[in-house]
Design a protein around this ligand. Structure first.
Ligand SMILES: [Zn+2]
Length: 212
């Protein structure tokens, strides 16, 4: 089957535009990558990671999954795509930053909220996957500062950060000052990003001017 016309046209624009202008960069990247950060984002089509951070190919190692979740370290026989990506980014690429990027109107988190009163359908992939959020600790400070919907999304970011620290390789690098963890939340409508200050235990907008 042919690709949808819009994608084929986009590919042609990429070849004649961005690729033609940046060919040297692409040829160099073919030799290897050294991204400055890993980003764990949601599959949601509205969360365009490279647009939000205005990055180029090679800058970010991006893992996208439903609701931007990181499960706890589980060395079993399961097929752990997210854990494999985290392991590779941290131990092979030595990324100095790992970012969990939540977002507004997250369908995955909303689905989990709706099943809190009942039981998730764990016979389906999505229900089983969302059990990563089990035991979700929605912070009172987040509930005071933001909507309940947002507070749940922020709790998901907090939980994934905690789960990242269940990976020994990551915890060791963080303790040695070789790796920083970041929790962010992108608001689709306003295009703004909240960042978690772990010392203050609260989320605040990223500064938009000057050097942060
Ligand atoms: Zn989402």
């Amino acid at each position: 089957m042919p690709l949808p016309k819009s994608l084929l046209e986009g590919y042609r624009r990429f070849r004649s535009g961005r690729y033609a202008q940046d060919e040297a960069r692409y040829r160099k990247l073919a030799g290897g990558q050294s991204p400055g950060a890993m980003v764990i984002a949601c599959c949601d089509s509205r969360v365009d990671v490279s647009a939000i951070f205005d990055t180029d190919p090679g800058d970010l190692f991006v893992m996208r999954n439903v609701a931007n979740l990181v499960p706890t370290f589980e060395p079993d026989s399961g097929l752990h795509a997210t854990s494999a990506a985290v392991e590779y980014a941290v131990t092979a690429l030595n990324v100095p930053n790992v970012i969990v990027l939540g977002h507004s109107q997250c369908g995955g988190v909303a689905a989990y909220r709706q099943t809190l009163k009942g039981k998730a359908d764990e016979t389906r992939f999505i229900g089983r996957w969302l059990t990563v959020l089990d035991g979700l600790d929605v912070h009172k400070g987040d509930l005071d500062a933001f909507s309940e919907e947002t507070a749940f999304e922020l709790a998901g970011v907090r939980q994934s950060l905690a789960n990242l620290r269940s990976f020994d390789a990551l915890k060791e690098r963080e303790a040695a000052g070789l790796l920083k963890l970041h929790g962010l939340h992108f608001d689709i409508g306003s295009g703004t990003v909240l960042a978690l200050d772990e010392k203050a235990d609260s989320f605040a907008p990223l500064p938009e001017d000057g050097c942060a």
